[in-house]
Design a protein around this ligand. Structure first.
Ligand code: SF4
Length: 343
């Protein structure tokens, strides 16, 4: 992919958040949207839930002015917002601002006693780091536009609220004040905007897949970037504790040929998962003590595995040697240490 003839360094709030997660994702979004995955029905539902929750939260400040965005150019949305503020609006929903070529739309903007209050609504039951980045970007745009911002809030669902009769919107939501945190983050936002713009003037960033592909959001370019990962891979091994990206960075991609290090801790769930892969059956159906042989290839040597029981002493076989793996019962199941020195 070549350097764009006309760099597109305009940013919206969602593009900034995308870029924070991964510069390559922002780059592809700008210049190669055709590589994006098709939005699943589930993602569409999540998206709609966010919109619905945002609408319900508007009842926290009833009677506000809505700034329409359907088919309205961004600069017009910003101008209409400014007009409404000049006319004395107390609360605005979906207010739009542009500063330094960065566009942000705010869920709720309310005129407080000592300045404007910003409320960002999330359809979650808690606060996540990405939410703080979100409001920091909004604060950057809003304060840069010259609007005096007195406080910044995150609004999320209160999972302890039980509806009994009519909906008590004040109890449905939890409101947290993040004014100080937001102000502290403002300079980091400015620096990151510069980094993203610089990146957008170059060629596609050489970024390999990583933990950030699904954190904080599942990237919609996964289908493109993960093409080299087979359906059955180290990433489809279930269970906690196995550092899958560590294995990947060592060049281990296939699920079957995991090259077990000299001393690699294996959770019971990993053993089950590998056994399941080899046998193409659910390992949960494994008869105890059956001793069925399972075969696979490692990058360095042929590795055969035999598991007689997950609850006793499963045995792993390499070539003709049989390795007994002592299991230790822990709080979250059994775990074992495979020491190939003794194979
Ligand atoms: S799939 Fe991963 S590497 Fe590719 S653009 Fe998305 S976050 Fe970046």
């Amino acid at each position: 992919m070549t350097i764009p003839a006309k760099p597109n360094t305009y940013l919206s709030k969602s593009q900034f958040i995308r870029g924070l997660q991964c510069h390559k994702s922002l780059y592809l979004h700008k210049y190669h949207p055709e590589l994006r995955d098709v939005i699943s029905e589930q993602q569409q539902k999540l998206f709609q839930t966010g919109i619905d929750v945002g609408k319900v939260a508007q009842d926290l400040f009833p009677g506000g002015v809505r700034i329409s965005f359907n088919s309205v150019p961004l600069t017009d949305q910003s101008r209409i917002t400014e007009d409404e503020i000049q006319k004395g609006a107390v609360t605005l929903y979906e207010a739009a601002f542009i500063f330094n070529d960065v566009f942000a739309k705010l869920d709720i903007l309310h005129r407080g006693y000592d300045g404007w209050e910003l409320y960002e609504v999330k359809a979650t039951t808690g606060v996540e780091d990405v939410h703080l980045d979100d409001i920091a970007l909004q604060y950057y745009v809003l304060s840069g536009s010259g609007l005096p911002v007195s406080r910044v809030f995150l609004v999320h669902l209160n999972n302890e609220y039980v509806r009994n009769g009519y909906l008590e919107v004040e109890r449905l939501f939890t409101i947290n004040d993040f004014t100080d945190t937001t102000k502290t983050k403002a300079s980091a936002v400015a620096a990151e905007i510069n980094r993203q713009r610089q990146m957008l003037k170059g060629s596609v960033p050489a970024i390999d897949i990583g933990e950030y592909c699904t954190n904080p959001y599942t990237c919609d370019f996964k289908g493109h970037c993960w093409q080299h990962i087979p359906k059955q891979s180290v990433f489809s091994i279930k269970g906690r504790g196995l550092r899958k990206f560590d294995l990947y960075r060592q060049g281990i991609i296939q699920k079957a040929p995991i090259k077990i290090g000299r001393e690699q801790r294996m959770q019971e769930s990993h053993m089950k998962s590998i056994a399941s892969y080899h046998s193409s059956e659910s390992c949960l159906d494994y008869p105890k003590g059956s001793g069925e042989a399972l075969t696979g290839e490692s990058t360095g040597a042929v590795l055969s595995s035999e598991i007689t029981s997950f609850e006793g002493r499963p045995r792993w076989m390499r070539g003709n040697a049989i390795l007994a793996v002592p299991l230790r019962r822990g709080a979250d199941g059994f775990s074992g240490v495979i020491d190939l020195q003794h194979v």
